[in-house]
Structures are given as C-alpha cells and as structure tokens.
Design a protein around this ligand. Structure first.
Ligand code: ADP
Length: 482
C-alpha cells in the first residue's frame, strides 16, 4: 500500500495499532474488574442472607414461616421474585422452601448436598430450568451453607438468578465492542488530519527543494523562524545548497581556467604545424618546428599533470597512507635536490634547523612523504627562480608549542611579490607580476596551489609574506606528534 510508505501513513498506522492495543487491554481489565466486583457483591449479599437465616434458626428454631421474611431480601443484580431458599435436613430431604416459582432443588446434584452436609460451605454456578418459561435456562449462583441446630446438621441452600448480572455484563461487552472500533476510527481520522497539518511544512519543503537545480543554486529555501525540526532541517539544507553552489562554482572556475590555460599552448602548437605544412621546408626548419612543438607539448603535459595532482589532492585521493615522517630528513632531501639549480646561480641554501631549544630530530609528523617533499622542492625551486645570483635562501624552523605546530619558513632575498599578487598567490594558474618575470621561465602557475592543497590536507597552513624588491618568506605550519 502506497499510503503506508509515507511517514505520515506509517505514523498514523502505528498510532492506531498502539491505541487499539491500549483500548483492548484497558477494556479487558475494566470488564474483568467490573464483573469480579459485581459477583463479589452478589456473594457477599448471599452470605449475609444465609447468616441472618442461621441466626433466626438459632434464636427461634425451625419455624414453618422461617423464609417468609427472607425470601424477597434484596441481593444486588437479582430479582427477589426469582431467588429461592431451601432448608435440607441431615438425610438430604427438604424441610422448608421459599415460595419462589422454581422447582427449587430438583436441578441440584445430590453429591453437592452430601458435601454440604459434611460441613463444607461453598458456592457454585449452575443452570436451572424454571416452571416459568421466561426464566428457563437462567444461570444461578448457589450457596450451600451448613448450620448446626439441635445437634444435627442442616444445609441452607440459597439460589440467586444471575440473569440481571449477565444481561448487564453482556450489555457492557456490547458497548465496549461497539465503542472501541468507533473510538479507533475517530482517533485515526483525527490523527490523519492532525498529521497532515504537522506534515504540511515538510510537503512545502519538498515542493521548494524540487525547484532548486544546478542552474539556480543561488536560491535558498525559505526558513520559518519557529525553531522546530523543520526550520533546522531547512537551515541544514540551505547550508548544503551553499556548499554545493561553492563546489559548482569552483568546478566551473576550474574548468574555465583549465581550458583557458590549455588553449594557449594548443593554439601555438596548431599554428606551428600549420605554418610548417604551408610549403616544403628544409630539414632545419622542420627541426625547429618540432622543437617548438615539443616545448608546447611539454607545457601541456605539465598543466595536465598539475591539474590531475591538484584535483587528486583536493579530493583526498592522493594521500593513500599517512606515515610517520621526520621533517628534517625531508627538508634535507629537498635542499639536496634543488642544490644543483641553486649552484647554477651561485645561490647558497642555508639549512638553519638546529635551534638550541628544540631537538628537531624529535619532531615527528604524520603524512604523505612524497607529497610533502614535492611541496618543499617547489618552494625552494621558486625561491631559486625568483632570486638574483649570489644570494642566500634561508630555511629555518620554529615551534608553536601551544598549538602543537612546527613552522618551516623558506626565506629568499629575491624580487618579492607585490601586495596585489599576494592576495591570490595560492590560486591555480597564478603567475604574479608577469611583466617583471618575463625573462624568467615561469611555470604553469599550479605549484603553489598544489602546495596549499597538500598542506591543508595535512591539517596544516601555508602563508607568505613578501616585500617587493627585498624578498619573500613562505611559511609552512604542520601539526606534530607530541
Ligand atoms: P610557477 O609554476 O609559475 O612557479 P607557482 O604556483 O609555484 O607557479 O607560483 C606562482 C607564482 O608566484 C609564480 O609565477 C611567481 O610569480 C610567484 N612566486 C612564487 N614563489 C615566489 C618567490 N619565492 N618569489 C617571488 N615570486 C614568487
């Protein structure tokens, strides 16, 4: 059933089920309590009646009119005209009987009387047929009440028809059987209507959420300020839409940046080949075309590789295993790998890692060794690229004990970066202050973006400070294991 698949349907169904169960249990308990209580009342009244007769016999002896004053005594739920009393002597014969319309004891079994004559007082229920047609088959509550008189045992038998009690109980049963389903149906209908009201904001939310697509991610779901679960859910959904919008925009920007960057080398490549094919060329001309084409192809490859690395780091796919790393080893390796380039420009890389107050060897971080190594190689590479010959590059560290971070800075005394370029220096395809760096073979502008993604994926931070004409300092902060 489709309706049962909705939360509203399920809620109403379970509500109905629980209510039905509670009503049934409650009715059964109520009915039983009422029935037991009523039967107890009847029994008590019969015992009192028997007690009074006994007293009368003890005081006055067995008189012929003994039962006259008792035969119409009020017993709850009974009709005095239908109740009977009999007195049985020790041989089982009836000595006295009330003037009820019954055939009295003819329906009582002999063994009951015998048991009573042995001195046992007891109640039982039995059916009696009466002379009177309308009383036939009525159930009787019968008390066998032995008494001693004149050193003999007699039994007072009192029979009370339960017709009235049974008809009250059966009416009670019918009322319960009719009222429970009616009550159930009514409360289910009310429950269904109420849940419709309660779920109206959910349906509203569904309708509004359906209107949001990739093309209108700037839209938000209307939030009501009731502070209920629905408004919380709406706020959460709005937060999710905002994050999606952000990712979409980043993706769009990424695609447009990437295609823009790829277009230039591709256009150059196409132009080179078209010019070469226009007329027959000498071997030297073809060689030069091929060399230029190879350069552009290499650039294309760098861009594609860089983009792939960046997207893998950003999506967290590249850091497969985080191992324990000694940062000093990584820095030493990065310096030795970039030293060849530095030596060509007579640049001196100073590894200034042994501050007296910390033992750098003991600083261990967790992360991906190769990715971190590439970050430091890239930073050193840039410093060498943008520093004049015969200058220094200083690599030093600092501990931020409070935040449990190790700070590695790489300081050069090169051309520096203008404050305008500093704002987006870590964005992909950023090549700062291009006019000043024209003579330098700049990269594709992805190195710092990758460095930032790698450091952030290690829960670290990368920052830069720079004074144009004086130099730049790149600082990497990484959390260490204590
Ligand atoms: P690239 O591959 O172009 O070096 P990066 O992302 O590594 O790409 O660097 C982006 C830009 O930041 C560079 O083009 C350069 O203009 C600037 N830059 C990076 N490091 C330095 C530095 N140490 N000194 C001056 N400018 C730098």
């Amino acid at each position: 059933m489709k309706i049962l698949k909705t939360v509203r349907g399920q809620l109403t169904f379970y509500f109905m089920l629980i209510l039905a169960l509670i009503l049934c249990v409650f009715s059964i308990v109520l009915y039983n309590m009422f029935a037991t209580q009523s039967r107890n009342q009847v029994d008590k009244a019969i015992i009192i009646l028997a007690g009074s007769i006994k007293e009368e016999v003890t005081n006055e002896g067995i008189q012929q009119d003994l039962f006259d004053e008792f035969q119409e005594t009020y017993v709850p739920f009974s009709n005095p005209k239908q109740q009977f009393i009999e007195l049985i002597d020790d041989s089982g014969n009836t000595i006295l009987k009330s003037k009820s319309g019954f055939n009295n004891i003819h329906f009582l079994e002999k063994e009951w009387i015998e048991t009573a004559l042995k001195g046992k007082q007891f109640f039982l229920n039995t059916e009696a047929s009466a002379k009177d047609q309308e009383l036939s088959q009525s159930e009787f509550r019968i008390l066998f009440y032995p008494i001693s008189y004149d050193s003999k045992t007699f039994v007072i038998i009192i029979g009370i028809p339960l017709t009235n009690l049974e008809s009250i109980l059966s009416k009670f049963r019918i009322i319960l059987l009719i009222s429970i389903p009616i009550f159930l149906i009514l409360s289910t209908v009310f429950g269904w209507i109420l849940s419709k009201r309660a779920y109206a904001p959910v349906n509203e939310l569904i309708k509004n959420a359906e209107t949001i697509t990739a093309s209108n991610l700037e839209n938000r779901l209307p939030v009501n300020d009731s502070g209920d679960e629905i408004s919380e859910l709406t706020k959460t959904l709005n937060g999710m839409i905002a994050r999606l919008q952000n990712s979409f925009e980043t993706l769009k920007q990424f695609t447009s940046d990437a295609s823009h960057e790829l277009r230039t080398p591709l256009t150059i490549l196409k132009g080179e080949i078209e010019v070469a094919l226009k007329k027959p060329r000498s071997a030297a001309e073809y060689e030069s075309t091929l060399k230029n084409s190879l350069e552009e192809t290499e650039r294309l490859q760098k861009i594609v590789d860089g983009l792939l690395t960046l997207s893998q780091v950003e999506s967290g796919k590249l850091i497969t295993e985080k191992e324990k790393i000694n940062l000093k080893e990584i820095l030493t390796e990065a310096v030795s790998k970039t030293n060849i380039l530095a030596k060509k420009k007579n640049i001196n890389i100073i590894l200034n890692l042994d501050d007296s107050f910390i033992n750098f060897n003991q600083i261990i971080i967790t992360g991906d060794r190769n990715l971190l190594l590439n970050v430091f190689i890239n930073l050193l590479d840039n410093s060498i690229k943008y520093s004049p010959a015969h200058s220094d590059i200083v690599c030093s560290e600092k501990i931020d004990g409070e935040n449990k971070m190790i700070l590695i800075s790489i300081k050069d005394f090169g051309m520096g970066i203008s404050s305008k370029s500093l704002e987006n220096i870590f964005d992909r395809f950023t090549r700062a202050d291009l006019s000043r760096t024209r003579e330098i073979n700049t990269g594709v502008g992805l190195g710092l973006a990758i460095a930032k993604a790698v450091i952030e994926s290690h829960n670290g931070k990368i920052s830069v400070s720079s004074i144009p004409g004086e130099g730049s300092t790149f600082t990497v902060a990484l959390p260490y294991l204590s």
